[in-house]
Write a protein that binds this ligand. Sequence first.
Ligand code: FES
Length: 165
Amino acid sequence: MTQLRVTVDEVAYQDDVEPRLLLVHYLRDRLGKVGTVVGCDTSNCGACTVLLNGRSVKSCSMSCHSGPGTSVITTIEGLATENGGLHPVQQAFHDEHALQCGFCTPGMIMAACDLLGENPGPIRRRRFERESKGTSAGVPGIRTSSERCQSAARTMADSQSRLRR
Ligand code: FES
């Protein structure tokens, strides 16, 4: 066992864990963050995507020990605003029904948050599709997802909302 110190969705945790415990299993099994899902378990689908220190990562392909110091992780559950409202990206996906079966949607939203955090403002569809590779880009919903990403970008620009929490 090794000691893990991590902040998840703005709550600090200190846990003894197996050194090779995968981040997705820590989030789901220890913390109950079941919005982070396992789709392929082979680092292909992106359904397990979370933000690690503000950047999107596939939590099924990395140890929960992501390096020295305390890591800051944001899951889909942690995106909501302080008053409980949806994050602009969540709202845009919801408003415009950007999903196929919905299973991969949390990962798409987390990837979109990273993309929009790095590139505020409108994003061309081709760029969204290129940069969303590895987050279920093969499913038909990706087209509508890119349009929702545009909508979220507009919403965030209008409201000057924080891109990352
Ligand atoms: S479950 Fe992690 S990439 Fe598919």
